[in-house]
Design a protein around this ligand. Structure first.
Ligand code: NAD
Ligand code: IPM
Ligand code: MN
Length: 367
């Protein structure tokens, strides 16, 4: 497998390093060949080349089997217009790779249920898959930009969706639900927006092809409320780009920390894997960034792109083992008998756990 690694900015390189460490460990254990190509994106790429997505980076991504990205963005670019910021590199990459369905699983792990800002009995057992439309809506709609003269400026963005754009992401959500608890909640603002009315009609029509899946609709404001009052009532959530961006950070907090959430962008030419969090300028360089979201993103890559189910299962088990043993980065610490670990200590612990799980499996097969 040939994977393009884009560490990016801030804590991106710190967490990506640990995801790569696990990929090396699991492929060595199972005897797979792993080829890694590292390229710049975001602020570091602007510094090196003047562009947040250099042609060389994009070419390498298109030539590989999958892309693993850390994060982009840095406060030093905050005064620049969107088109010149590090984030533009990520948006251009998403569009070029074509993955329109961004899967963001939010799982409340048993061992860290107490790290949730919600009462433990509310958060415990939450297991939500957010399917975020990734290539449409306000992020990419035209026209956009600034107009008007000084003191009288106007800025605008366009939200638009076609039936085809809604239908393809809705199908991904229903297919995912078939393998889960068979429930899809479609989230929109159909009481106000035409795009949302088209969204709702289209999702309802696609639902007719999936009689085994229960569909309900929520307005996005109410969804934000239901997520924190009763997260367990959700299985799959499907929603447009900006709503999905916002709701996935909220869902992440329910699980204990934004640092826990991975993502996969599928359905295009090359699949893209990245944690949901950003470059976290406030903790960069401390050595305490949570790498679980990045590690779980690499795990999703093994499952979705490489179809290595057993390898993915083993890393997921290893994550549970490490959490159960009490190791925590500060963001998921809830006090008590815990061991505060650095980013790289967590990475090493997950590798050790993976090795132990593999040993056990061989011992079992030997008997
Ligand atoms: P952020 O996700 O970087 O951080 C939000 C908060 O969560 C911060 O307090 C941070 O310390 C904490 N946090 C995030 N990831 C963590 C981790 N792995 N471990 C521990 N704590 C973690 O969001 P922000 O501060 O709003 O944005 C910072 C920059 O990142 C901006 O430039 C933004 O555009 C960019 N960003 C990039 C991505 C991406 O590359 N996919 C995603 C979101 C934000
Ligand atoms: C995310 C991020 C990105 C987004 C930004 C950095 C462009 O917030 O992946 O959630 O809004 O999609
Ligand atoms: Mn976001």
């Amino acid at each position: 497998m040939k994977i393009t690694i884009l560490p990016g900015d801030g804590i991106g390189p710190e967490v990506t390093g640990e995801a790569v460490r696990i990929l090396r460990a699991i492929t060595a254990i199972h005897g797979h060949k792993l080829e890694l190509v590292e390229k710049p994106i975001g602020g570091v790429a602007i510094k090196q080349t003047g562009s947040p997505l250099p042609a060389e980076t994009l070419d390498a991504c298109l030539a590989g089997d999958a892309v693993l990205l850390g994060a982009v963005g840095s406060p030093e670019y905050d005064s620049l217009p969107p088109s010149q910021r590090p984030e533009q590199g990520l948006l251009s990459l998403r569009r070029a790779l074509g993955g329109f369905a961004n899967l963001r699983p939010a799982i409340s792990y048993e061992a860290i249920a107490a790290a949730s800002p919600l009462r433990e009995e509310v958060a415990r057992g939450a297991d939500i898959l957010i399917v975020r439309e990734l290539l449409g809506g306000l992020y990419f709609g035209e026209p956009r930009g600034f107009s008007g003269a000084n003191g009288n400026s106007v800025a605008s963005n366009t939200m638009s969706y076609s039936v085809a754009e809604v239908e393809r992401v809705a199908r991904i959500a229903f297919e995912a639900a078939l393998k889960r608890r068979r429930k899809v909640t479609s989230v929109d603002k159909a009481n106000v927006l035409e795009t949302s009315q088209l969204w709702r009609q289209t999702v309802s029509r696609v639902a007719l092809d999936y009689p085994l899946v229960a569909l309900d609709h929520l307005y996005v404001d109410a969804c934000a409320m239901h997520l924190i009052t009763n997260p367990l009532k959700f299985d799959v959530i499907v929603t447009e780009n900006l709503f999905g961006d916002i709701l996935s950070d909220e869902a992440a907090a329910i699980t204990g920390s934004l640092g826990m959430l991975p993502s996969a962008s599928i359905g295009g030419l090359v699949d893209l894997y990245e944690p949901v969090h950003g470059s976290a300028p406030d903790i960069v360089g401390t050595g305490f960034a949570n790498p679980f979201g990045a590690i779980a993103s690499a795990t999703m890559m093994l499952r979705y792109t490489m179809h290595l189910e057993q390898e993915a299962d083993e890393i997921e088990e290893a994550i549970r083992v490490v959490l159960k043993a009490g190791y925590r980065t500060p963001d998921i610490d809830s006090g008590g008998m815990r061991y505060i670990a650095t980013t790289s200590e967590i990475g090493q612990l997950v590798c050790d756990a993976v090795a132990e799980i593999a040993d056990r499996r061989y011992a079992y097969h030997a008997v």
